[in-house]
Design a protein around this ligand. Structure first.
Ligand SMILES: [Zn+2]
Ligand SMILES: [Zn+2]
Length: 331
């Protein structure tokens, strides 16, 4: 399948004015209104205080320092060394340094921008719909509800991912994630904050309606982050028959492929069945293609020096806004 357009080249732009776009814009407007209602109520409430920011450094360190994750990452690094998907990729590339910085930055963004957005959205949902009346726990049990929420969240992740490939303006933000040319354990941290904001908002809404416990949601998110690290690793594994249920590093590499025959396939994160169901599973279960994006203007990393890395990440965060603003520029 070839879905090239002029820019961004890997985003399919066949249907920008169709019904899908109208539905997405209507949903975005509705969610934005609910968030604004919630934000207004929160600011006016006695619970609102900026002094909570003083706890931010400690919360950030707690989010970063996860011994089990680092043990898991070390195992994946060893697997990369022994069974590399592609032998010509350097496990200690400039891209790894940039991904590590994204790994440090991601919790900071989650604890500030994403957390504020979800708090406002939660308040707004209560204001508009009242307290969630769905209580499946007595019927299904606590962990069955959690598993149901996890499957729903994975489906929403699939839809969110598909949308970021479907709509060129969203692709600009998602291209940051696809820009890694030497995939590694930390590549799943390379995500533009706008993409994370959209994903967390879409996942939060059904979790709220299901009345999911915050601790359970956090546990499921951590499990999902382990899976996401695994599928980004440069390791030669397609999971054999389990690939019909789970996404493998090989399947996700096909998703990141530079080969235009692979574009817009394998959108899943944990379960591959969504791709079989929606006919987006690529039949290639063997190859380990090169990865990256075809946009020559994108600010790719070319150095591991701290100042250069900081500048690169800043440029990558700003790049989508610059492209979107370009038609309005008179330079
Ligand atoms: Zn993608
Ligand atoms: Zn990915």
């Amino acid at each position: 399948m070839s879905t090239r357009i002029d820019a961004p080249e890997q985003a399919p732009a066949k249907d920008q004015s169709g019904r899908g776009r109208t539905v997405v814009l209507a949903a975005a407007t509705f969610i934005t209104c609910i968030t604004l209602i919630g934000a207004t109520q929160w600011i006016r409430s006695p619970h609102f205080s900026v002094s909570a920011l003083s706890a931010l450094p400690g919360q950030w360190l707690t989010a970063i320092w996860r011994p089990w994750f680092f043990f898991f990452a070390a195992v994946l690094f060893a697997m990369q060394w022994v069974f590399p998907g592609r032998k010509d990729e350097n496990p200690f590339s400039h891209g790894l340094v940039v991904d590590l910085c994204w790994f440090l930055l991601a919790p900071l963004l989650a604890l500030t921008i994403i957390s504020v957005q979800l708090r406002a959205l939660g308040n707004g949902l209560v204001a508009v719909f009242g307290t969630p009346v769905t209580d499946l726990v007595p019927v299904l049990g606590t962990w069955k509800v959690a598993i149901l929420a996890f499957v729903i969240a994975d489906l929403i992740g699939w839809v969110n991912h598909w949308m970021h490939h479907k709509f060129p303006s969203l692709w600009l933000f998602h291209a940051v994630h696809h820009s890694q040319t030497e995939m590694n354990v930390f590549s799943d941290s390379r995500n533009h904050v706008i993409e994370v904001l959209i994903a967390s908002t879409l996942t939060f809404i059904p979790a709220w309606f299901l009345g999911l416990d915050v601790a359970q949601a956090a546990t499921l998110a951590i499990f999902s982050s382990f899976v996401s690290s695994f599928i980004h690793t440069n390791v030669r594994i397609n999971l054999g028959p389990l690939r019909y249920i789970f996404i493998s590093p090989q399947a996700h590499r096909i998703h990141h492929s530079l080969n235009d025959d692979h574009y817009n396939t394998n959108f899943g994160t944990v379960f591959s069945w969504w791709d079989y169901l929606f006919n987006t599973k690529h039949p290639d279960d063997r190859s380990y293609p090169r990865t990256g994006i075809t946009d020559k203007q994108f600010p790719l990393e070319d150095s591991a020096r701290p100042i250069a890395v900081g500048r690169t990440i800043g440029s990558q965060l700003l790049y989508p806004f610059k492209v979107l603003a370009a038609p309005f520029s008179h330079d």
